[in-house]
Each structure stands twice: as C-alpha cells, then as structure tokens.
Design a protein around this ligand. Structure first.
Ligand code: FES
Length: 321
C-alpha cells in the first residue's frame, strides 16, 4: 500500500481531493458483516473478494440485501489496496446502500470519482491513480453476480477499451471516422480515453490490455484507406469512362477525406453542383461562401486534391447559376 508519506514524497498527495484524503485515513464503511448479522435482520449476506492483478490489491465487499425488494440495505468493505482504492471502495459502499442491486450495477468508477471531488471541476485523484477506482466498480459487479447466481461475464462490457474513462471501442471508432483523427493524442482529446492511468494507450503501461488505442487507430485507418482506394478509383477505370453516379461518388469520397475536414475546421464547406465531362462545378458554403480571396486558394487546393486522388484530367470550376 502506498502510504501518505510516500505520496507526499512523490508529490502526488496534493493532487487528491480532501474527501479522498479523509476517506483514505478514516473510511466510513470499513468493516464486515457476518451471516449472523444478516439473519438477525432477515437479510441476505453477499461476501465477495475482487483483486486487481495489475495493482496486487484486493477489496472484500459485504452487502446485506433485502431478498424481497432486492434493495441493498447496508454495505461495508475491507481493502488490501492503496489509499485511492480504499477511498473509492468507501464511496462505492455509500452510493450503493439504499439502491436496488440493478441500480448499484449502474454506478461506474467515474461516478465514484465525481462523488469524491471537492470542486466539481477538479478531479478527485491524479489521473495515474484512476485505475484504482475501477476495482471498486468491478467488485460491485462480482457481488451482484453472486447475489443473482449468474456468471459475472453477463455484466462485462467487453467493448470497453478504457476502463478509467469507460470509453467503448465503438465510441473510439466513431470519433476516428467522424472527426478524421489520425493520432492517439487526438483520440484522447476527443473521447477522454487514455487520459487517466494511460494503460489503454499503448503496451507498456501500468496494466496489460488485450487491445490498445494505437491498435484500434491502426486498424480503423487501414480499413478506411482500403475502402477509400476502392471508392476513389473503382477498378482503375479512367475517370472519363465512369458513369455520372460513380464520378460523383469518387469525387465526394475524395472531398470527404481530403478537403472537407479542413474547410469544416474554419466553419466552411463545399458541395458538388454539376459534373460535365471531366469538369467538376463546386459551390462553397458556410464561411467559405463569403470570402472571395480564400475561394481562389481553396479552388486550387481542391483541384490539386482531385487531380492527385481521383484523376489527373479533372478540372474544377466554381458553379455559376
Ligand atoms: S484504462 Fe486508464 S486511462 Fe484508459
């Protein structure tokens, strides 16, 4: 366990909220319940232990549950973990008391962390210690699985890639595609994944993962490039011989990938208005529409992109109604 002195020495102590510090030293729900305690109150005892291989820490959670309403009446815990794990388990015990087992299952480590903040805008624990709060979340799943007599895998969210920020693979893939992200740093900014302990960013972090942000980025970009090549030059047919719908598809694809993201960043856009032979007629929208100087530069840029990505014979002109 990382003691207070070690935290002070490492400079981390100041990064904890007062609530976390208080609960590290004086947890309110530390303790146990026995079968006798449960019998006296006609409640069901759940007693489970969950450990984190990465931290070498463990939490034992004791719940007294009303078997008729499935409401958690009381919760206590014992922890063999670090201060953050103790504070998180203490808050988790507090938050789940009074809730049904199904509602308790929905409490995430993010909610626990938020409940431990002094100031709603300032994180309660340093980012690198966020993974310690995940253990408190995992132990609840184990307790509910034990109470319901089901396999814990029923509650596992396999799609979660970043457990600290609870970001799924789909959220990451969607962000890469919709915002044209090409670096893990941008994924972190846009989704929050990887911004706490950093274990999910690339191999070599605090905790080993099955898949990392770098893997997902690589996979999505490769798939996208393969798809783009397919759309931009269908079967390598020269542009002049394509049908109008295929011409439009290949132009739109090139604009989506190589032009629109940078125009959108300045609040502008571009639309294809007409295609005659190899000449593409375009119209600007948003901020681009009102700026004659920028239009000339943009026109040249679009022409270069379409020549390079679709066909060298392409010409681009602005549309005049
Ligand atoms: S798992 Fe900790 S930041 Fe992603």
């Amino acid at each position: 366990m990382m003691g207070k002195d070690a935290l002070i020495a490492s400079g981390l102590w100041e990064s904890y909220s007062n609530k976390v510090r208080e609960r590290m030293n004086n947890p309110r729900h530390f303790g146990t319940f026995s079968e006798d305690d449960a019998r006296k109150e006609n409640l069901t005892l759940v007693d489970v232990v969950h450990g984190s291989e990465a931290c070498g820490d463990a939490i034992e959670l004791f719940l007294l549950i009303d078997p008729k309403s499935h409401i958690i009446r009381k919760a206590r815990f014992k922890s063999f973990g670090c201060g953050t794990a103790i504070a998180a388990a203490d808050m988790m015990a507090e938050l789940c008391a009074g809730k049904s087992v199904d509602a308790a299952l929905k409490i995430t480590n993010l909610e626990v962390e938020r409940a431990l903040r002094d100031d709603p805008a300032v994180p309660a624990v340093p980012g690198q210690k966020m993974h310690c709060s995940v253990m408190a979340y995992d132990v609840i799943k184990k307790a509910v699985a034990d109470y319901k007599k089901v396999d814990i895998r029923e509650f596992e969210e396999k799609a979660i890639i970043c457990h600290c920020a609870r970001v799924t693979r789909k959220q990451i893939e969607d962000a890469i595609l919709s915002k044209g992200l090409t670096t893990v740093e941008r994924i972190m900014e846009e989704t929050g994944a990887g911004t706490y302990c950093g274990s999910c960013v690339r191999p070599g972090g605090h905790e080993e993962k099955n898949v990392y942000l770098v893997d997902i980025l690589d996979e999505v970009l490769k798939k996208k490039q393969a798809k783009d090549r397919e759309i931009i030059r269908p079967e390598c047919v020269p542009f002049a011989k394509l049908t109008i719908p295929l011409k439009l598809k290949s132009i739109e694809s090139a604009l989506d990938q190589h032009v629109r993201p940078s125009l959108a960043a300045d609040g502008g856009g571009v639309d294809v208005m007409d295609i005659r032979d190899n000449t593409i007629f375009i119209a600007y929208s948003g901020h681009c529409a009102g700026c004659a100087g920028a239009q000339q530069g943009t026109l040249g840029f679009i022409r270069e992109v379409l020549k390079e990505k679709v066909d060298p014979s392409i010409e681009v002109e602005t549309f005049k109604a």
